[in-house]
Write a protein of this length. Structure first.
Lengths: 261, 436
C-alpha cells in the first residue's frame, strides 16, 4: 500500500486533482473537463504521479468527487462535494479560522456548508438550479466586458461607484450589463456591481444566526479578489480564503482517501 | 351547436391527457418501489391497492351499495365510519399531476397537498374523490380550512374544529363534534350507529392496529428485515383498504418477517445508516424522499409522519365501556397523544421522536417540509435544538410535488448519509494493483 493519496474533483467546468501525502498537499493539477471525463481523469492521475516521481503503486487510494464522480473509473470510491469540501478545509483553512461556515463558489453551483467545531458537516444549503451566483455567471459577464476571468477581480477593485445589478437571473443580468455598457458605465464599476449582486444572492442562502464562527471561501470563485471583497463588504466582517481554493474539493477527497487507504 | 361539440372534444382530450400523466407517474413510482431490493413476501395486496387506486383509477374495494366517506388527517376516527356501515378513504394527496392542476386554483404559497386535492376535485376524474358521499375535514391548518370551503361547492362536507390545546374543555367540544359526525353519517348511510356496531368498528381498527404494532416490533430488529420505503407503501395503502382487509394483509407480511428471522435472512448484509423520517406527510406517489434515502444507501428505520406510522399508531383506550365512554376514547385518542404540529404545545412530538430514536437506534433525522406547510416548518427549529443535545444530526429537506428537485434532493441526502457513515469506522480498502 502506498502512502500517497489522490483526490479527483470532476466539476462542471474543470477537472481538478490533488496529491497528498505525509499530511500535506504535494501537488495539484487542473484540466478542462472536456467530453471525456474518464480519459482526462486517468491522464491527470498518471501525470501527477510521473511529475512527482511516484509509481501508481505508491497511491494508496483514489477518491472522486464533483458532478462526474460516479463515472471516474480510475477512482476507488466517490464522495459528495459537500463532504469533500468540509474535509478539504481541514488542510486548507488558515490557522486562525474557527469552523465554521464555508462559502463554495463553483462553476455551476454555489453552496454554504456549516461545520461543527471538529469540522464535521452540520448542515448545508445550495443553489444548483440556476447559474446566477456561480463561476459561469462571472465568465459570461467577463466576456461581455471583453476581459478574462482572471482580470475580473483586480479590475473590480478599482471601482469608485459600483453599479446596481438587480436581476437574479443570469440571462437578465447579462442584458442589464449590456445596457450598462451602452450607457457608458465604467467597466470596473459594472464588475464591482456584479460581485455585489452575487454576494448578496449567496448571503441570502446563509443562516445569520451562527455565532463565534468564521467564514471561509472555497471553490474557483474564491480566486476572484473582487468577489471576496464584495462578501466582506456585504457581510461587514472578515472572510477567509482557503489555501488552494480551487482544489479544496479535490484535497478533501484525497484526505478522505487517506483514511481509507 | 358546433361550438359546444368542439368544446366537449377539448375537455375530453384534456381529461385523457390528465389521466395518462397521472397513471404514468403512479406506475413509475410503483415500479421504483418494486425495484428496490429486499422486499419481503406478501407485499402484493399493498402494491395492488396503490395500483388499483392510482394506475387503474378505480374505486376502493367495498360491498355493493356501501357508502364511501372521505377523510383527511388522523383526527377523523375511522371506528365511527365503520360503525355506520360505510368505508373510509383518506384523501390527503401526494399526486404530482393533480398538484399541477391545483396550482392554478390554490394560491402560490398553499401547500402541495392541498393543491393536489384541489386539482383532483377540479378535474372530477379521481374515482375515490367522486365516490365520497361526504368528506370529513378536520381543520388542522389554514389551507385545510380554505380547501374545505372549495370542496363544499361540489361535495357534501363536514368540517371538524381542531383545538389549539387539549384540555378537558377541548376534549368535550370535540366529543360534541363526534356526535354531530355520527348524526351526519347516520343520515348519509341510513344506518343507526349502535353500541354493537361501534364495538365492531373498534374491533376492525383495533385488529389493524394490533398487526401494525407487531409489524413495528419486527421492523425495529437489527439487522433490518424490511426497508422503510416498503413499510411506507404498506402504511400508505391503509388509506385505501378497509382496516380488517389491510390488517390481514399485514399479518401475512408479519409472518414473512418472522420467517426471515428464523431463516436469518435480512434486507442486506451491509451496515446502512439508520435514518428517521419526520415532518410533512409522505403520500404516494410522492415517495421520492424515502426512495432516495434508500437508493443512496441509507435505511428509513424510523417513521414519524401522519400518512405513515403515526396514522394508526395510537390505539383508542376504552376506560368506560358505555357508548359515551367509547366516543370519549375516540376523542382522547385523536387529540391527547397526537404529535401533530397543529397544536400550540407539541412537546409530545419531541418525546415521540426521542422515543423513536432510542428504539430504532437512529443515527440521523431527515425533516421533510412540504413547501408552504408552515406548522411543520415552525417546529423544525425546536426539534433541531432538541436533537442537537442528543448529538443526532438533522437536515431539513424542503420539496413539493414535482420531480425537478430530485437531483438537488439526491445530493443533500447523499451528503447526509456520508456524514453519518464518516462517524462510523471507515471501511478499509482492499489492496489493488494500480495502473493508469
Amino acid at each position: 500500500m502506498g502512502k500517497y493519496y489522490i483526490g479527483l474533483d470532476g466539476g462542471s467546468t474543470y477537472l481538478k486533482a490533488a496529491l497528498i501525502g505525509k499530511g500535506k498537499v504535494i501537488d495539484t493539477m487542473v484540466r478542462s473537463t472536456g467530453i471525456d471525463n474518464n480519459g482526462t481523469a486517468r491522464k491527470i492521475a498518471a501525470e501527477l504521479c510521473s511529475r512527482n516521481s511516484l509509481s501508481p503503486s505508491d497511491i494508496g487510494y483514489i477518491m472522486a468527487t464533483g458532478y462526474s464522480r460516479k463515472i471516474l473509473e480510475v477512482a476507488d470510491d466517490d464522495i459528495s462535494e459537500i463532504t469533500a469540501h468540509a474535509y478539504g478545509v481541514r488542510m486548507t483553512a488558515p490557522k486562525e479560522y474557527r469552523p465554521g461556515m464555508i462559502i463554495d463558489i463553483g462553476g455551476q453551483d454555489s453552496k454554504i456548508i456549516y461545520l461543527d467545531q471538529s469540522y464535521g458537516v452540520k448542515n448545508f444549503s445550495m443553489n444548483d438550479k440556476c447559474a446566477a451566483g456561480t463561476g459561469k455567471f462571472m465568465e459570461v459577464i467577463a466576456q461581455i466586458l471583453e476581459t478574462t476571468i482572471d482580470n475580473v477581480g483586480p479590475l473590480s477593485l478599482k471601482a469608485t461607484n459600483p453599479c446596481d445589478i438587480n436581476s437574479t437571473c443570469v440571462v437578465f443580468a447579462q442584458s442589464e450589463v449590456i445596457s450598462l455598457v451602452a450607457r457608458k458605465y465604467d467597466r470596473c464599476d459594472i464588475l464591482a456591481g456584479m460581485h455585489q449582486s452575487m454576494a448578496k444572492r449567496i448571503i441570502k442562502m446563509m443562516k445569520k444566526t451562527e455565532k463565534g464562527v468564521d467564514i471561509l471561501m472555497t471553490g474557483g470563485g474564491a480566486l476572484n479578489t473582487g468577489l471576496h471583497h464584495a462578501f466582506e463588504e456585504e457581510l461587514m466582517r472578515d472572510v477567509y480564503v482557503a489555501q488552494y481554493p480551487q482544489f479544496n474539493g479535490a484535497i478533501g477527497a484525497a484526505l478522505i482517501a487517506s483514511e481509507r487507504g | 351547436m358546433t361550438e359546444s361539440i368542439k368544446h366537449e372534444n377539448l375537455k375530453q382530450r384534456q381529461d385523457k391527457r390528465f389521466i395518462n400523466k397521472e397513471t404514468q407517474t403512479a406506475a413509475k413510482y410503483l415500479r421504483r418501489m418494486k425495484e428496490l431490493s429486499g422486499a419481503p413476501e406478501g407485499m402484493e395486496p399493498f402494491y395492488d391497492t396503490l395500483e388499483r387506486i392510482y394506475v387503474d383509477m378505480e374505486y376502493i374495494e367495498k360491498k355493493p351499495g356501501q357508502k364511501t366517506i372521505g377523510t383527511y388527517c388522523v383526527m377523523t376516527p375511522p371506528e365511527l365510519i365503520y360503525a355506520s356501515g360505510a368505508v373510509p378513504v383518506k384523501l390527503c394527496s401526494g399526486n404530482y399531476t393533480a398538484f399541477s392542476v391545483g396550482e392554478n386554483i390554490a394560491p402560490r404559497d398553499a401547500c402541495p397537498l392541498v393543491k393536489a386535492v384541489a386539482g383532483f376535485k377540479q378535474t372530477g376524474l379521481m374515482p375515490i374523490y367522486e365516490d365520497c358521499s361526504i368528506m370529513v375535514i378536520p381543520i388542522t391548518c389554514d389551507c385545510k380550512k380554505k380547501i374545505a370551503g372549495m370542496l363544499s361547492d361540489s361535495c357534501d362536507i363536514m368540517t371538524m374544529h381542531i383545538p389549539a390545546s387539549r384540555n378537558d374543555d377541548d376534549i368535550d367540544e370535540y366529543i360534541r363534534q363526534l356526535y354531530d359526525l355520527m348524526e351526519r353519517l347516520e343520515n348519509v348511510t341510513g344506518n343507526r350507529i349502535t353500541y354493537e356496531s361501534l364495538s365492531n368498528g373498534f374491533r376492525k381498527v383495533g385488529y389493524a392496529q394490533y398487526e401494525l404494532s407487531e409489524f413495528i416490533r419486527l421492523k425495529k430488529q437489527l439487522p433490518y428485515l424490511i426497508r422503510g420505503s416498503h413499510a411506507m407503501a404498506i402504511l400508505n395503502s391503509s388509506s385505501y383498504m378497509p382496516a380488517d382487509v389491510w390488517g390481514r394483509a399485514l399479518h401475512r407480511v408479519n409472518a414473512a418477517l418472522k420467517k426471515r428471522i428464523a431463516e436469518k435472512k435480512t434486507v442486506t448484509s451491509k451496515k446502512l445508516p439508520r435514518i428517521l423520517l419526520t415532518g410533512s406527510p409522505i403520500v404516494f406517489p410522492n415517495i421520492k424522499i424515502p426512495l432516495l434515502i434508500e437508493e443512496m444507501g441509507g435505511i428509513v428505520a424510523g417513521d414519524e409522519t401522519c400518512m405513515g406510522e403515526r396514522g394508526l399508531w395510537d390505539p383508542a383506550v376504552i376506560t368506560n365501556d358505555s357508548f359515551d365512554g367509547m366516543i370519549r376514547a375516540l376523542a382522547n385518542r385523536a387529540l391527547r397523544p397526537c404529535p401533530c404540529p397543529t397544536f400550540a404545545d407539541n412537546s409530545q412530538r419531541i418525546y415521540r421522536l426521542k422515543q423513536l430514536i432510542k428504539e430504532n437506534q437512529i443515527q440521523g433525522v431527515i425533516y421533510h417540509v412540504l413547501r408552504g406547510c408552515l406548522v411543520y416548518d415552525h417546529e423544525y427549529k425546536r426539534i433541531e435544538e432538541e436533537l442537537g443535545k442528543l448529538g443526532i444530526p438533522v437536515i431539513r429537506l424542503e420539496s413539493d410535488y414535482n420531480e425537478e428537485d430530485i437531483e438537488q434532493l439526491r445530493i443533500r441526502i447523499e451528503a447526509f448519509i456520508e456524514l453519518i457513515k464518516l462517524k462510523q469506522a471507515p471501511e478499509k480498502a482492499v489492496a489493488v494493483r494500480r495502473s493508469f
